[in-house]
Design a protein around this ligand. Sequence first.
Ligand code: TRP
Length: 380
Amino acid sequence: MRENDPSKEGFTVTPWEVEGEIDYQKLIEDFGTDNVDEELIDRIEEVVGDAHFMLRRGIFYSHRDMDRILDDYEEGKKFALYTGRGPSGHTHVGHLMPWIFARWIQERFDVDMYFQLTDDEKFLFNFDSTLEDTHSYALENAKDIIALGFDPDKTHIFIDTEYIHELYPLALKVGKRLNFSNVKAVFGFDNSTNVGSIFYTAIQSAPCFLPTELEGEEVPVLIPCGIDQDPHFRLTRDIAETIGYIKPALLHNKLAPSLDGTGKMSASQPKTTIFTTDEPEDVEEKINEAFTGGRISASEQREKGGDPDICSVQNYRYYIFESDDGKVDDLAERCREGDILCGECKQILKENIKGFLSEHQERRDRAEDKLEEFLVRDCE
Ligand code: TRP
């Protein structure tokens, strides 16, 4: 039985399965993390001058040891960032959330960033995929990361199968300390799980200790990631000190919602997910079809107003596409008052997304020539 038992809670959150209406507060309790509270946000603001909208809006809502990262930082000890991506397909805008945030952290704190592309993971967990597929998506995804403007001198992107010489000794140290019954309980594995998948968590742990190895001195690591990835790092934290490293700290984000109003944005639901490679027509079509909090007819909506709280259009704006709080609040208010109808509101979002994507795609094309500058390899 997995730790987050869907039969009891009506939702499931594991690194490989997210389903149902997620109770994020319950996850904080189940996983044993801390809330990102006002005090922490104020403190970040004090240290770097401002707080990203994803912090203010409760999107990065949970953490482990972020206060320790700030304590160390204020004493002059720099941390390193680590995050990653399982290259199972093209990047969608939900994936960009933690990366946009990580980019902000890198800039404000002036720190190194390690980015893991797990072609091995997606090969092991997706029965039909080949290593060639996952490797080529890793390169595609790397272009999205580069396009977000990470500092080339401080950003190290690696694909597991090409960086394994560096990762393997660390993964072995982790693997030796994890027992199967624990890994099984945390991830919900059973006797039919392939043995590659059982070891995989050790590979995702390894980069938590990589900066320390590469720098030859203790470097604390901060991981901005979706809350669904926490189970891996809970295991890492349990054993870190026994193998001579400090526990990685984490900042967790809520998962980006899908356009149909149910659950999380998912690459397996292409019609309700916006990919970074989508054309303007795709955006038009998907937003036209998006679930809203609108009423049955225009006249009823004018009279009674809509419900922005359940609206996926408003959610997209809130989570990613509108950094201006004033604009988000204003549109929500106009919706409640019946002053704006869904068509017009969708139009505003479409323009935001198309504007974002056209710039992103231009930078993404240019990133093709920068791949070698960002990728670190220890074998081909
Ligand atoms: N398992 C993650 C995924 O499927 C990829 C990943 C590897 C990752 N290392 C990470 C995600 C560190 C967040 C932080 O996308």
